[in-house]
Ligand binder design. Sequence first.
Ligand code: GDP
Ligand code: MG
Length: 629
Amino acid sequence: MKNIRNFAIIAHVDHGKSTLADRFLELTGTISGKHEAQMLDKNPISRERGITIKLAPVRMTYTMRKSEIRNPKNETNSNSLEIRNSDLEIGDSKFILNLIDTPGHVDFSYEVERTLACVEGVILLVDATQGIQAQTIAHTYKAIEQNLTIIPVVNKIDVLHAKIAQVKQELADFLGVDEAQVYEISAKTGKGVEELLKAVILKVPSPMSSVIARSEILRSNSGQAPQSQEIATLPMVTRNDKAQALIFDSYYDKYRGVIAFVRVFGGEFRAGMKGYLHATGTTFEINEVGNFIPDLDIQDKLDSGSIGYIITNLKDIHLCQVGDSITDSIKTKALPGYKKIQPMVFSSIFPTDPDAYVELLESMEKLTLNDSAITYEPIYSTALGSGLRVGFLGLLHADVVRQRLEREYELSIVLTSPIVKYEERRENGKIVYYEPIAIVDIVTPQDYVGAVMRLAEQSRAVFLHMDNKSHVYLSYEIPMSELMGTFFDRLKTLTSGYASLQWDFKEYRQADADKLTLLLNSEPVEEFSEYAVAEKAYVRASDLTSKLKELIPRQQYEVKIQAKFKGKIIASSRISPFRKDVTQKLYGGDRTRKDKLLKKQKAGKKDLKNIGSVEIPKEVFLKLFQNKN
Ligand code: GDP
Ligand code: MG
């Protein structure tokens, strides 16, 4: 265990995590010869979009000379937790390095948090052309909460306009460390990478020293020996033989069942043992255990302190959730920190061809075999037929799923703009609405602070905190409906793409909200209705009614469009009747031409949907759904 280092790379999206991982893989001889760039980005869409969606762990080995072991680059580290590994007796000089490349996007922050619970240290990577961004900050706070050793690194120093000195300073200030402790590398050219790898060995505590360090912290916090309950609250290696492992990812394999990616915190796991999953109360038999190299590499056992995989014989990935613990029996306690992942935004998905519903359903079933964060249920719309109501972690997640359905499953689909869910609760005989609130952290260049603050104000955000460095860091509480609505896009536009943000769900909070119901000739139309808060209901209602007025073609009757909120009509408009005689322009003329035209008009009618007495072309639904905001 002394020679194991478990570490992760945290960074804002595109700052170079996967590229650095490639260099580590080459340096350690884990992969040789030609390989694709960003090896660990397994998902093809994540590769194409340059973002890591799936966590890809890897086990590497590296041999370090004894003379080097005694001479770490920086003698001091402000991280109080660190017991320098060089102070421990190091048996031989071959090290096992378990690296987890964390997902870089805002939607996956819980997975990042769980990943960080599985390691003792992190490389904090910052792009020298960008500086600290929102995810840099959010992930660093998570690493600090978990008492991890942080190695700050400035990347992309090969780029001509890189602001190396400035970013180094910024990073040192942010962490409160000396500038000399910040490493400079180019993940692209490999410059400085080997020194960084050595720093990981020297600075990141081994799983064993971290146990000692963590108990030391408890001791120094309270001034006395740590209580066993206190120790139990920390994810750490236990010294008894009770087997405990934390799941940081899982996937479903057609042939082998669900494969859990784990960090072992106590005891050992072997094939043939029983495993118990706490969150879902599931017992299974372990088929196989092993390491990632980065493909699966079978082993006799997984020891305490190691990172690897456990093959279950389970067929349903939902039984094996990120953040849950696998233990040897129901009697062994679970590791702390488990939260059920909740979808945060919801869209309806319809097949463009209503007959393709079954295909959509089957594709979705297959897709969720490997994506336990998605939820879905059947819905029916008068306009668009059978479809699915699908829950996602966030906007990017929704977009990835859409792309997968279109590309991998070759479906033509309509996805309505994602909206958040309000909760209706009955309190003292009255319906009370609750809306989800998030904490959002924004990093922006100075020039845009005013614009960002105005946007936040318009978006019902409550100011929490501000930090004024070379970039400005702003923190707010914000309703998720605002965040998932226009906030993302407007922030990007306002700041010419220079601002970044990170969000985390906080809680459901009571809101002055109700359903905003759209009526056509006094009949409610479910598809056009949505939830709104009182503050925004009037503006939204008049937007919707005037948009519909534009979109719905004239009919033989007058069409009355109304919006109802809290039992009152708060906006309305009308479309005056119009009789369209398509044959008029033919001046009598040729009979067959006239017939053709009438036939064409009839075919066009197939795409019209009757809502009560009003005929609405399918396009109206599509336009309204897809550009709700
Ligand atoms: P990730 O999102 O953090 O995993 O970032 P990637 O590793 O996918 O890198 C994002 C982009 O930056 C890619 O186009 C990389 O080729 C590029 N990149 C990464 N590191 C460097 C570097 O050190 N120098 C230069 N010039 N480009 C880099
Ligand atoms: Mg990546």
